[in-house]
Design a protein around this ligand. Sequence first.
Ligand code: ASP
Length: 349
Amino acid sequence: MTDKSNPSILLIYTGGTIGMIENRETGALESFKFDRLLENVPELRRFNCEIDSYCFSSPIDSSDIEPAAWSKLVRIIDENYDRYDGFVILHGTDTMAYTASALSFMLEDLCKPVILTGSQLPIGMLRTDGKENLITAIEIAAARNENGHPMVPEVCIFFENNLLRGNRTTKINAENFNAFRSYNYPALATAGINIKYECDKIAHVDFSKPLKPHYAYDTNVVVLTLFPGIQENIISNILSTPGLRAVVLKTYGAGNAPQKASFIKLLKEAIDKGIVIVNVSQCLAGTVQMRLYKTGLRLLDAGVISGYDSTVECLLTKLMFLLGQEKSPKEIEELMNTPMAGEFTKEEN
Ligand code: ASP
C-alpha cells in the first residue's frame, strides 16, 4: 500500500535517446526495457517515493512526434491525476520544447508538476547525462513546500542543472549536455549540491481547482521566416495555402520587416481573409516592439499580432491549441495578447 507521506510519481516514457541502453555483448544501443527500470537505474530505490512507470507501446524518436502524442500524454496525466503527486516525462530532446509548450496549454489549471527530461547520451552509457537528469527530475516532481503543496506546479523541462518553464524553452545545442535555454525567463530552479527553487518565478496556482484537460488542436499553421531577398510570389503562395489559419512570422530584431507596400499588402489581405499572423523575432532574446521602428509599425497597422518575447515553439503550439478550441480570429487575437501559462511577458508591443 502507498505510504501517503511518501510522494508518488508516474514516469512516462515516450522514447528518445535517454531510453537507450548499451548491449554489453554487442555494444549496440537498444531500447530500454521499462519494466527493468530499477535494475538499470538502481539509484531510484533510494528515493523516498513510489515510482510507477508507463511506457508508450512504440517508443519514438521525438522527431517523429505528432500532436496526437500530446493528446495521449494529456489523457495519461488526466487518468492518473488523482493517484500521483507528480509526473516525469522522458522524451527525446529534439522536439521536447514543442511538447512542453503544447502541454502547458492543454493541461489547464494544472496544479501538479509535469517535468520533461531526456538526455544527450543514452542512459546505459558510461558518461550518460540521463541518470542525473532523470534522478533530479524525479526529485523535483516529488518536492513539496511546507504546506504540502508541490514546489513546481507547472510544465517544465529539467536539463543539466536547470529547471526551465516548458513554454519558455528552446533546444539550442545538439552536442553539449547543456542543450536547452530559456532566454526570456529565468530558471525556476537550479540543481547544484542542493536544488535551489526560485519561488517568486514559479507559477502561483489555485490548488483547489480541478485539472481541465484539452485534447483538440488544429495544425493548419506555418512558420514563415523572413530573409533579405525572400520572393513575394513564395510568400503569396504560402499565404494562399488552402486551409491555412495562422502564421508565425519570424521577423528581424525587435519585430521589424520590410516596409515594401506590396509585401504589407500580402499580409493585410491574408489577415482580412481571417488568417492570424503573429510576429516573433528571429533573435532568441528580447521582445517584439512593433511601435519602436517604422518597419514594425507597418506590420501593426496591417493587423499583425505581437508574439512579445515568446518562443516559436510556444506560439505555434498555442495557435494550434486555440484553433482547436474553435476560437474566432478576434478571440485568438485577444488570447494571444493574454498570458495563459506564463508563456510571455507583456510589455509594450
Ligand atoms: N533524436 C533524439 C530525439 O529527439 C535525440 C534525443 O533524444 O536527444 O528523440
